[in-house]
Write a new protein. Structure first.
Length: 651
């Protein structure tokens, strides 16, 4: 066990002492840089994005198109500008810390206004530094990206990605091991280079000159001591990470216990509102403080290393009594009066009162229960195989409003219902759909329970699904693209024209070009866009509904869609708590593997009292600690469904 003197001599302890002595000016500078980022950099980034997209044909790029757009001139320039601005904010923050530490080490105080002027004068030079550093970082990442892409092609390029995610064949393990080896090699090569450039920024700030001179000087200062600095950085970041995990775990445990106690003992809603708001506020505050601590410790370690390497003349850190006050009496950063007990109590009372008022307002303005459209993901619930007639029948039996199905075209132009580019995951058949004639695919039976007849598990056409659905269930048809297929929209239109019956059909796709073609070709059908990731305002599209991934659905997204008259459907929530959250948010539809479960959750929430719905709104905070009070957890579903696939399967 380490003695007290040994602990004091550790690098982490020494860095922590520096931060403790100068935490007031460091926090003040952090708040100032954060404010600059919110007021200046965030709007500037939005302007850059709007300028790039506004000059395009449609003003939005999403899903598969996004990757291609990022490799265009506009995409690269946008990433370069955005990366430069983001890096500039961190560099400005580090620059302030550097001069705070330098002044303190030389026995001088630091005034916030002087620090601001000093950094502002050097901002153009720092901007040039960041503008060069971003493409240099890309160049360093290129070998890693190329090696990982080659690893993917070597081990996982033969079949559809969903097959590897679901089945985890030996090739999956081989790919992970090879990828890990590639990453270790890359870190060994470029990590050493990065450590050699450890002092380029301090040199750039302290000695001036050109960027080339700063790099050359950093290489001189770090010659023969890369290993020592790697240990220092690892020890500081490792210690900070352990502290962060421990404090976050402690706060969550105390919050869960407190909320459970309040919910069980108080007959009134106000104490629970106050406790929840206080817990959320403390969580944000803890994250902010821990983020500050990590950046401050790392910055202090770098600056101290630079001082040691340059033998910079300075007073002993132990004699920095003036730094503990945040500055000198003749013009330092004077925020000491803010931290006295009486002002702190007053600020706490104001924040607590504001939390109560805001929480009460939020509760009073929470939306009433809404009717939710339930769609069965990939035709129907497990254990029936996906996108089969058996799954369609199961969806009808479960009470789903729609069956969401995926369609592709075969080599001879037949529109079939299936999800992946091949049938390897579903049937063990490696043939790609768009390279095979339908006659060669007709007899393929998808895996599933033996009690389900084979004819109900076969690969089927869109026409067969329309005939089977009739007026019993609607069809939500998603057009899938694994490469260009300009004839898919026309082929779907032809099938629908031949089966104009009682089946209600809505159409959607991940491909923006397909969505626009669907809108033009199907003016009488509801058309939607499936969004996984996008830049631009997807709400401005000419669509009837938007399908968002579950974790991207927020209250603001729901309100924005409602203002534009667009329905919002969420995919693919399967857990009870996730479904409940989305119903509470007010989505118009849910696309799930378990339609019976989703319908039961919707009915239960609509039957709850306002207090119960409010408690449910904060499920993530009290789920494990108030199970007896939480009505939804007492539901028992007459449902023998087993999970078909985890949520990470690519939709």
């Amino acid at each position: 066990m380490l003695s007290r003197d040994a602990v004091r001599n550790t690098l982490v302890f020494q860095a922590a002492c520096r931060v403790r002595a100068l935490w007031r000016p460091m926090i003040a500078w952090s708040v100032l840089t954060w404010f600059a980022g919110v007021v200046i950099l965030a709007p500037l980034s939005s302007m850059v994005l709007g300028w790039h997209l506004g000059r395009g044909a449609y003003g939005i790029v999403g899903n598969e198109d996004l990757l291609a757009w990022l490799f265009t001139t506009r995409g690269i320039s946008y990433l370069w500008i955005l990366g430069t601005l983001a890096l500039l904010l961190s560099v400005i923050r580090f620059s302030g810390y550097f001069w705070i530490l330098e002044n303190a080490a030389e026995g001088r105080g630091v005034a916030l206004i002087d620090l601001f002027v000093r950094v502002a004068r050097r901002t153009p030079r720092l901007l040039r530094l960041c503008a060069v550093a971003v493409p240099v970082g890309w160049i360093a990442l290129m070998p890693l990206a190329a090696a990982l892409w080659g690893t993917y092609g070597l081990f996982l390029g033969e079949h559809d990605p969903n097959y590897y995610l679901a089945e985890r064949p030996p090739e999956w393990t081989h790919a992970l091991l090879a990828g890990a080896a590639v990453l270790v090699i890359w870190i060994g090569v470029f990590g050493g280079v990065g450590l050699r450039l450890f002092f380029a920024l301090p040199v750039y700030l302290d000695e001036g000159g050109t960027l080339r001179n700063a790099v050359r000087r950093s290489l001189q200062l770090t010659r023969g001591c890369v290993g020592r600095w790697a240990i220092r950085i690892a020890s500081v970041l490792g210690s900070w990470g352990l502290v962060r995990i421990a404090l976050n775990s402690l706060l969550f445990a105390l919050g869960a216990i407190t909320l459970s106690w309040v919910a069980e003992l108080s007959p009134f809603l106000t104490p629970l509102i106050f406790s929840t708001a206080l817990f959320v506020g403390l969580s944000f505050l803890l994250d902010a403080l821990l983020g500050f601590l990590g950046f401050a410790l790392l910055s202090t370690t770098i600056v101290e290393g630079y001082f040691e390497s340059t033998n910079k003349e300075r007073v002993q850190w132990q004699s920095m009594a003036h730094a503990r006050g945040g500055g000198t009496p003749d013009g330092g950063i004077c925020i000491k009066s803010w931290l006295r007990p009486r002002p702190l109590m007053l600020m706490g009372a104001v924040l607590a009162g504001g939390s109560i008022v805001f929480s009460a307002w939020f509760f009073d303005h929470s939306p009433p229960p809404r009717s939710v459209v339930i769609s069965a993901h990939r035709a129907g619930p497990p254990p029936t195989p996906e996108n089969t007639l058996a799954a369609l029948e199961a969806a009808i039996e479960a009470g789903a409003d729609y069956a969401e199905i995926d369609v592709l075209r075969t080599l001879d132009g037949v529109v079939v219902v299936t999800h992946d580019a091949d049938l390897m995951r579903q049937a063990g058949v490696p043939r790609r759909i768009n390279d095979t004639r339908f006659e060669d695919l007709r007899g393929i039976v998808k895996r599933g329970p033996e009690e389900i007849p084979e004819e109900e598990r076969r690969l089927e056409t869109l026409a067969a699904f329309l005939e089977r659905a009739g007026d019993r269930i609607g069809l939500m048809v998603e057009l899938k693209y694994y490469g260009p297929d300009p004839g898919l929209v026309s082929a779907v239109a032809e099938v629908l024209s031949q089966h104009q019956g009682e089946t209600e059909v809505v159409l959607m796709s991940l491909d923006l070009g397909a969505v626009r073609a669907l809108r033009e070709q199907f003016p009488d059908h509801r058309v939607g866009y499936v969004s996984t990731v996008a830049v631009g305002q997807v709400m401005d599209l000419d669509i009837d509904f938007l399908a968002l991934a579950r974790n991207r659905v927020t209250r603001s997204a729901v309100l924005s869609a409602r203002e534009r008259g667009i329905e919002l459907h969420a995919w693919t929530p399967n857990r009870i708590d996730h479904i409940a959250d989305l119903v509470q948010l007010g989505v118009d539809g849910i696309i799930t593997d378990y339609p019976r479960r989703a319908r039961a959750v919707e009915r239960e929430i609509n039957a709850m009292s306002p207090v119960e719905r409010f408690l449910l709104r904060f499920r993530r905070l009290i789920l494990e600690s108030v199970e007896d009070y939480y009505p939804l957890q007492e539901l028992h579903y007459d449902d023998d469904e087993r999970p078909m696939e985890p949520d990470y399967i690519v939709d």
